[in-house]
Design a protein around this ligand. Sequence first.
Ligand SMILES: [Zn+2]
Length: 502
Amino acid sequence: MSTINRRQIFRLGASAAAAPAFLQAQSKEPRSIIYMVADGMSAGVIPMAEQFSKLVRGRGTAWNQLLSKPGVQRGFMDMASLNSMVTDSSAASSSWGSGSRIFNAMLNVLPDGTKLTPIGTLARERAKRRIGLVTTATVTHATPAGFAAVSPRRDDEDLIATQYLDNVDVVLGGGKRFFDASKRKDKRDLAGDFAKAGYSVSYVRDNLKSAPGAKLLGLYDDSHVQYVVDQRSDKKMQREIPSLAEMAQAALTALDAAPNGFLLQIEGARVDHAAHANDAAGLLWEQVAFDDAIQVVLDYCQKRPDTLVVITSDHGNANPGLFGVGKEYEHSNQAFELLTKAKYSYTTITRRLGNAVEYKGLTTDAQRGITKPNADLVRQVIEEDLGLKISEDEGRLLRTAISRGQFVCVNKQLDNVPGVLGQVIGNHTGVGWVGTTHTSDYTLSTAFGPGSELFAGLVKNTDVFVKLTGLLGISFKNPSMDAQKAMKYMASVPRRERVDWA
Ligand SMILES: [Zn+2]
């Protein structure tokens, strides 16, 4: 692990002189903190994204470059939750946001109902920082919510939305329906209330105003922001939906005017959703978009080196990787290049095939209106939308999975539409998956700026809260519960019907 201290960096001479401004912080405490999360990013994504980025935009990724810069801290995070070695996003973000491990599917609440105070609230009230949440999921989704909301159920997004009012200064992402009087259960015009409280409210890209000092509420879909790969094939979406980098830029412009600095979380949320769907091209386009946001943050820190930046993930998901293809693996690169031909996400493709794989679509087969496409249509759609020819056998196998006719896979994790689609496409692209759910892998983290040395090596998720509050000069400890005591509450906590798509 990197344990280079500042003096050693200085001794390296040339690198110290040439170090970019964002690595030359003078103070020990950061004025502002930017916490970036590639949700559900397994470690194998980094090298694949590096190669994919070179193929589609002629250069590597900012994240990969950071990994080899002297003075940048590299580490791992142990993200287990209170009831499982495998965390969901709400327990993960709550562990960073409260310093306590909790049950999956809850948000800053202990199993006995004790409410925790999230870091956003503490930073705002005790450290006078402004707060921002930027995501490609619904803004009320688990990861942003873990920094600023409290709810026994992560899926109570109507409730979470109300908690942002006058509590979070910049809120950008999807989830318009949770602010819309006609779609909220209580019929409250929450977007109207935000406007009355002085927020500049925007629903299309052009209106994403980034006036300094402004409070912003920007909502660019009723649900999650559309997948990048789908946006690329749709001019209207391109016009109307800001990129994650554009939202990050708007947030930074607004928050930079904060007299005492800010705490901003930026989430590339749909890396996770594409991983659940075993959609390699969809995932890599999301990762590249996340990388564009990293570049925006790097540019900002050139001007404000008193900013701590942590870039990490909340858990692995499905653990994708490029496998050796052909004799001496000589066809792996060629196979991987096929991913650049994809025009649509698996969500869009499976919709064409009559069985939409949607991250939010936790419905029954009957509600989904499943049809049974013939194998020729399956092959045709794959060719048109993904740019590759699958065999007749593969077409039949996919048809069977889509129409749920019979048992297809030994691995139960993969015996579903995304799993089978991922395997069939993986036969051609070389990208394999080990499942369709989160994993217990340590996540990667990269940090720079004042206080970043605290993020070197293996860091327990709850210690992130201790480190961040310490750097913000906040002395506060939330209550916590040990795992053994927590188990007696297992039967009584609220459950979602399906947890395998969390
Ligand atoms: Zn997930």
